[in-house]
Design a protein around this ligand. Structure first.
Ligand code: ZN
Length: 339
């Protein structure tokens, strides 16, 4: 256990090991990389390693058994906290940020330092960022603050300049497969599909492990293949499926982006069929719909549909209203797929 549960980021573990050996640990880090590749898991493991009371000083190895390790794992260690933006909020509430900063400035209760993890750091607003920067002016000894975000570009430059940026890359397909297997997904066909749509992110793959996702993918394909133009019901089916993710807008937005990944996968299937790629990746039951779709379209159309999906994804990322993004996307799809 310990670091062994971290797959694909061995070089990052080594960097932290060396920093501890040379007593060169920074006070603030920005963990940056795509969602679902293990940044948060890594941060919790690092917190354990730093606060572990069984491992000798200068050795970054959580024992996973001492009270400190157990308490970090349970989220009850007095010198450890993990905060995230509340699901219903667009950005970090300043009150929450003040609390985090105050707790960071406290003296370590158990004498090993403090570790504060701040997830969703993409959503820090100006006020929250200022609070954070003030905290870093006089950091308590052995205190480490870890921000988790998607990329340095999403952060205010003042924050990036105060943090050591640690990049987390997507995982290789075999590693994503290994994570999925470890999470109990036994169906190897499902795992192969999930690896395909994961872009190297086990977190994204797990989001799509729900069979309802693949039923929806079928509905997408059928709707698009519908003759002579995409089914007019597709928009409603799509929006309903997104709303089923939950009342909160972040949950709906996340599912909306996941459905785009499925749509891109459908289009990739159609493109593959058009250029005569082997059909092994296609589900048997999809074939008739895929044929109906490819019979009245071209590779150029499919490539421009792919572009259009990526544009819709960028709009969702920028918080454009989901229903508007989908309506505009469906309009383009209908126009381009009309014969
Ligand atoms: Zn321990």
């Amino acid at each position: 256990l310990g670091w062994q549960r971290i797959l694909g980021h061995e070089a990052r573990v080594e960097e932290f090991r060396r920093a501890i050996q040379r007593a060169r640990l920074a006070h603030a880090y920005l963990f940056s990389g795509p969602r679902g590749v293990g940044k948060r898991t890594f941060a919790v493991e690092l917190a354990k390693a730093l606060l572990c009371e069984a491992s000798p000083p200068g050795v970054l190895e959580p024992c996973d058994r001492c009270p400190a390790c157990v308490q970090v794992e349970a989220g009850t260690h007095p010198d450890y906290s993990l905060a995230a933006r509340p699901p219903e909020a667009q950005d970090f509430p300043i009150e929450q940020m003040r609390e985090i900063c105050q707790s960071f400035a406290l003296k370590s209760a158990r004498g090993r330092g403090r570790v504060v993890i701040l997830d969703d750091a993409d959503d820090l607003n100006e006020a929250a960022a200022n609070c954070f920067l003030k905290t870093l002016e006089e950091p308590p000894p052995r205190s480490v603050l870890i921000l988790i975000g998607s990329s340095p570009e999403r952060q205010l430059s003042t924050i990036v300049s105060r943090c050591q940026v640690v990049g987390f890359a997507p995982l290789s397909a075999p590693l994503v497969d290994a994570v999925l297997a470890a999470q109990g997904i036994q169906d190897s066909n499902l795992r192969a599909r999930l690896v395909r749509v994961s872009s190297g992110s086990p977190g994204k793959a797990l989001d799509m492990a729900d069979p309802a996702m693949w039923d929806f993918r079928r509905a997408l394909l059928e709707g698009l293949a519908h003759n002579p133009r995409p089914s007019p019901d597709l928009g409603r089916t799509w929006m309903t499926f997104i709303e089923q993710a939950g009342k909160e807008s972040t949950a709906q937005r996340r599912r909306a982006r996941t459905t785009l990944v499925l749509l891109i996968d459908v289009i990739a299937d159609a493109l593959g069929a058009l250029v005569g790629a082997p059909a092994h990746r296609t589900d048997e039951a999809d074939s008739p719909h895929l044929q109906s779709l490819t019979a009245r379209t071209s590779t150029d159309t499919m490539v421009s549909l792919l572009d259009r999906c990526l544009e819709a994804d960028r709009q969702l990322e920028r918080n454009v209203q989901i229903v508007l993004v989908l309506e505009a996307l469906l309009d383009s799809l209908s126009q381009q797929l009309q014969t």
